[in-house]
Design a protein around this ligand. Structure first.
Ligand code: CAA
Length: 258
């Protein structure tokens, strides 16, 4: 499927998906959301890490497309929100690791998109926020939920109620981003981390990703039972045998996702 609003590039085991509407700071229209959704659904099995970023110098994604939202009926707005949620869900359920490389503004739906990824890294100049109340609306692509889970309910309420943007070091201090890099180094630093992850056992990474996600909705005993069950199941894989054997033989493991 040819895409008009996103760009896809492959580099070994890394697939980069860039939202490509720099003139409107990569705002998320229905078309962009559908294209991201299709692109994530089409990530090939041999890609190990997906990096999401924004085209241009200024923005990761500055939010849902405000021009498109003007005049939406309640039903249309509900549909738009559901589409944003579907994209978030697809990213969260992808077996592969997803990383947001926040290369500028990550606002509203942009921050929500980033928070649907497994890891967020930001450039020093990035600014992050949920400014929807400025428009008389609320975060609609998961912001009230994922932000509260990431930074805690009180700081989430403050960010949402004040609509203030925070800078990258503050986002790091709050646990909203993993790390901060100089602007020119962000993508190469994120690719380096992606390659580090890509060298690990893919079935183990997918299982760990699933456990962190599912465990958040379970009580500790149930979550730990699920971990025990999954730990056992992984021992059926060739990769577990290979990884353990390679360690004992003091050589690099050759994982095949089997
Ligand atoms: N939607 C549509 N267009 C947008 C946009 C958005 N979210 N964000 C920026 N743009 C457009 C601007 O309208 C402007 O277009 P024109 O050149 O045609 O005027 C262009 O991008 C460049 O932006 P600015 O000139 O405003 O750039 P700036 O550097 O002066 O300001 C900014 C940058 C502070 C990010 C400012 O653009 C801004 O406040 N953008 C809106 C941010 C926002 O409110 N996001 C939340 C959207 S609602 C949402 O996301 C709901 C949800 O959760 C589902």
């Amino acid at each position: 499927m040819p895409f008009e609003t996103i760009r896809i590039e492959d580099e070994g085991p890394i697939r980069v998906i860039a939202v490509d509407r720099p003139k409107v700071l990569n705002a998320l229209s229905t078309q962009v959301l559908r294209e991201i959704d299709a692109a994530v659904a089409a990530v090939p099995g041999d890609a190990r890490v997906v990096i999401l970023t924004g085209a241009g110098e200024k923005a990761f994604v500055a939010g849902a497309d405000i021009a498109e939202m003007q005049g939406k009926s309640a039903d249309e707005a509900r549909g738009f929100s559901a589409l944003g949620h579907a994209v978030g869900k697809r990213l969260e359920r992808l077996d592969q690791v997803t990383i947001a490389a926040v290369n500028g503004f990550a606002l509203g739906g942009g921050l929500e998109l980033a928070m649907s990824c497994d890891l967020i890294y930001a450039a020093e100049h990035a600014r992050l926020g949920q400014p929807e109340v400025n428009l008389g609306i609320i975060p609609g692509f998961g912001g009230t939920q994922r932000l509260a889970r990431l930074v805690g309910p009180q700081l989430a309420r403050e960010m949402i109620f004040t609509a203030r943007m925070i800078d990258a070091p503050t986002a790091k201090a709050r646990g909203l981003v993993c790390d901060v890099f100089p602007k020119a180094e962000l993508l190469s630093a994120v690719k380096k981390i992606a390659l580090e992850i890509a060298a690990k056992g893919p079935l183990a990474i997918a299982a760990a990703k699933m456990l962190v996600r599912k465990g958040a909705a379970l009580d500790l005993d149930d979550a730990n039972r699920l971990e025990t069950e999954t730990f056992g199941e992984l021992f059926r894989s060739r990769d577990a045998l290979e990884g353990i054997t390679a360690y004992l033989e003091k050589r690099k493991a050759d994982f095949t996702a089997s």
